[in-house]
Design a protein around this ligand. Structure first.
Ligand code: ATP
Length: 206
């Protein structure tokens, strides 16, 4: 990473406990523009919990989390197991709704994002009728569409076929090339792309 790359996220002495039992930490981590941090570890080691804490979706952690100002880098994008899609809205309406709330990345639009993830032709289909892999692809289209510089991706490869896994890697690579950053959880069953810059292994650093 160039020294001048802006820091998107930094956590210092970050710890999380449940029922007085420590799940992870204390951790040090940071992600700058152009970087991907892969968070690895076995099932149940706390990867999703860490991402939810960083996204501000789960309270109760100790330590410091510093985010780049939203005015500069847009809202944080969190892609979780629950994709936050509206089942009664169509594929296209889901993206239009998200864009209405959060805006659009420069140089793209709903149609281009749907084509990019292979959902062209399904624009009018209600999201609730999509397969698990198609739903994940719609989540990826939204990820590409919104103007967020920081991506928090929880198991983005789950439910995808091989071509879908390559698609995730392509989208991340392009995001980094455009100055974005990403934290990506994985239990190690999938190959990440050449973009991977650093690995944080939960369950070993503690
Ligand atoms: N809401 C909750 N209440 C109580 N315990 C929870 C809750 N959510 C997660 N846990 C527990 O916290 C631990 C970490 O869960 P987490 O989902 O963060 O793990 P993970 O590393 O993402 O796992 P996986 O690879 O299976 O997705 C697990 O033991 C889980 O049972």
């Amino acid at each position: 990473m160039p020294d001048s790359a802006p820091l998107l996220l930094r956590a210092h002495a970050l710890e999380f406990a449940r029922n007085e039992e420590r799940l992870f930490g204390p951790l040090e981590l940071h992600v700058a523009g152009g970087e991907a941090l892969l968070i690895e570890g076995h099932n149940g080691c706390g990867k999703t919990t860490l991402l939810r804490v960083l996204a501000g979706l789960l309270g109760g952690a100790h330590g410091e989390i510093c985010m780049a100002p939203q005015a500069e880098v847009g809202p944080v994008l969190f892609l979780g197991h629950l994709l936050g899609l509206k089942g009664e809205l169509s594929v296209e309406e889901n993206l239009q709704y998200a864009m209405h709330l959060q805006g659009c990345r420069a140089g793209t639009d709903v149609e281009a994002c749907l084509a990019e993830v292979g959902l062209q032709g399904l624009e009018d289909q209600p999201a609730r009728t999509l397969s698990a892999g198609q739903r994940k692809r719609l989540g990826l289209a939204r990820m590409r569409l919104l103007p967020s510089r920081l991506w928090l991706l929880d198991e983005p490869f789950a439910n995808l076929d091989l071509e879908g896994i390559a698609l995730v890697n392509r989208l991340v690579e392009r995001h980094l090339a455009e100055g974005g950053g990403a934290l990506i959880t994985s239990h190690g069953a999938y190959a990440t792309g050449a973009y991977q810059t650093r690995v944080l292994r939960l369950g070993r650093l503690q």
